[in-house]
Design a protein around this ligand. Structure first.
Ligand code: FA5
Length: 332
């Protein structure tokens, strides 16, 4: 029996097979167990002799089992290690890295330019009240921009902000001059999408309030900005304009030096492209925020970030920013 069992033990290749052999001989209904059970029918003299032999056989089988078990375990471990081994010479899989959206890259660049000029970044809510977006900014009650055809209303008092200018009011309400902030963020207008308009777009607002701030400070700041962002050759031009919250107001154009040669649809042959709106903060706005216009003056500007980035990189349709076409995004 011992010989046969040992033979089978040696032939077992896996833990499972070995276990089957163990059960076959030493299990409850195992062959050796049967022998021990049958000892009842033996005579008194035979019993100790057979018992002794049976025990020796059992020990022999157990020993062989243990030895085989160790060997199999070892073999299985080796196999596992081999299967899980890392081949360090194998070429790696290329991991596709995400990157910042071109608009956010542009936004970061704009922010950095103004931060380097001493501006701090201020944030305001995208869901805004009519008071902050229009009333406090001196917009007459019949101003066309208040119309539902231009502005997304949530209810009578609440809108999606149409501009970043309400952040000016929020900052001035909470902070005494000197103030020097920029406020980048999303704006919403009920505009029909075309190459230069989307219902959601981005602006970057700037506000400086202190004693003795003049139009010259505004001009100098914007000139430095334009040269940083577009390059040293850039010139800017002030055109008279009207905003309810600034007096005087201007629209600022930049020279289209980049658009010569292959042509640039923006400049349409004029050589200038509109960049932003700006002006000296209206005394009514300062007053609405508890700042004395007799003591303090300030300038403000608001630029369309999407349009600035389009101009800088020669993108001819603003809608490309929002289509998430990888062929477009991968170019930045
Ligand atoms: C304003 O929104 C003023 N708040 C700017 C300002 C701030 C003036 C501070 C004076 C002082 P305007 O409505 O012109 O101005 O919009 C500013 C810029 O936002 C535009 O020049 C344009 O670049 C961008 N813009 C406006 N509507 C859209 C749109 N639908 N899609 C993309 N860009 C837009």
């Amino acid at each position: 029996l011992e010989e046969v069992a040992k033979n089978e033990i040696h032939q077992a290749n896996t833990s499972d097979e070995l276990e089957k052999v163990r059960v076959k001989y030493l299990g409850k209904k195992g062959e050796l167990t049967e022998v021990l059970r049958g000892m009842g029918s033996l005579s008194k003299e035979e019993r100790p002799v057979v018992g002794k032999v049976a025990n020796i056989v059992r020990e022999g089988i157990e020993e062989a089992l243990q030895e085989a078990k160790n060997q199999i375990k070892n073999k299985e471990l080796q196999a596992k290690l081999q299967a899980e081994a890392i081949d360090v010479t194998m070429p790696g899989k290329r991991i596709k890295l995400g990157k910042k959206h071109p608009l956010m890259q542009g936004m970061d660049e704009l922010k950095e330019i103004f931060i380097s000029m001493g501006f701090q970044v201020a944030q305001g809510p995208e869901i805004e009240t009519v008071y902050y977006n229009f009333d406090a900014l001196n917009a007459p009650v019949n101003h066309p921009s208040r119309d539902m055809s231009d502005t997304f209303y949530i209810d009578e008092e609440t809108i999606l902000r149409t501009q970043t200018s309400p952040v000016q009011v929020r900052v001035m309400e909470n902070k005494k001059p000197p103030i020097r902030i920029i406020s980048p963020g999303r704006c919403f207008r009920n505009d029909t999408p075309d190459a230069t308009h989307t219902p959601m777009f981005h602006q970057l607002e700037g506000l400086v309030v202190d004693k003795g701030i003049t139009l010259a400070d505004l001009k100098g700041t914007l000139e430095v900005f334009a040269k940083y962002f577009f390059g040293n050759q850039t010139k800017i031009k002030f055109r008279p304009h009207n905003f309810p919250f600034t007096e005087p107001s201007a629209e600022i154009d930049a020279s289209c030096f980049k658009c010569s040669g292959s042509g640039c649809s923006f400049c349409k042959g004029s050589g200038w492209i509109e960049l932003l709106g700006a002006g000296m903060v209206h005394p009514n706005v300062l007053r609405n925020c508890g700042i004395d216009p007799e003591v303090y003056s300030g300038f403000a500007f608001g630029m369309g970030v999407d349009r600035l980035v389009m101009l800088k990189y020669g993108i001819d349709d603003i809608r490309l920013f929002f289509e998430n076409d990888m062929r477009f995004l991968n170019q930045f």
